[in-house]
Design a protein. Structure first.
Length: 208
């Protein structure tokens, strides 16, 4: 066992405890605020502090080579995590005068587990569609490409991959009849997409 994997295992219980505590802090703060127990300014500041803690935790997960989506599934904690993210995003969109939340918070590292799952699903669906023997639906292909592009736009750090995806899509748009009538051409497009997917998976350590 490599030291990196050993460190991941050793740190997992501690990281699970941290994410559990931070998420529950956000949920409890919101509940008390909704009940009128907490004042607005204190609520905003407390959520901002908890959000910073959550960001630091995400960085720590990456440092220890732990995939957040898998950790959340192991903890059976995915739903609560995204409830906390929804609370953060709602506050960041209210533009309180005392709030210093980033406008891009909704597309920050905090949402990466959900977005990465959507991108993976988009890749798989598109690849499956291209492999169909009776493929005859360009609109389906274009729609799946657009879904994949939209999810790529929400994910930080994929600029080069976005360019490659755009080039593949442009290629398909210029060969509408070929994509329907030529299985070898569809296979070629699928191969290009699969290479792009492998690169995406490598960045996220999806195979770890």
């Amino acid at each position: 066992m490599t030291n990196r994997k050993k460190n991941s295992i050793e740190n997992k219980p501690e990281l699970e405890s941290e994410i559990f505590a931070i998420v529950n802090t956000i949920l409890n703060l919101n509940l008390k605020y909704q009940k009128g127990i907490l004042k607005e300014i204190f609520f905003q500041r407390s959520i901002k502090s908890a959000t910073n803690d959550l960001l630091e935790l995400n960085i720590s997960l990456n440092k220890h080579n732990i995939v957040l989506s898998k950790l959340l599934n192991h903890m059976n904690f995915t739903e609560d995590y995204y409830k906390a993210i929804d609370i953060i995003n709602k506050i960041s969109s209210l533009n309180f005068s005392t709030s210093q939340f980033s406008e891009s918070l909704s597309s920050s590292i905090l949402e990466i587990p959900g977005i990465s799952s959507e991108i993976t699903a988009s890749f798989i669906t598109l690849l499956d569609a291209l492999k169909l023997d009776g493929f005859d639906n360009n609109e389906l292909t274009f729609g799946l490409f657009k879904d994949l592009k939209k999810n790529f736009d929400r994910f930080p750090g994929l600029e080069l991959d976005k360019i490659k995806l755009e080039k593949i899509f442009e290629e398909v748009l210029q060969n509408e009849e070929k994509i329907v009538n030529n299985k070898n051409y569809r296979d070629s497009i699928a191969e290009d997409l699969y290479v792009l997917y492998l690169n995406f998976a490598k960045k996220l350590n999806l195979g770890k």
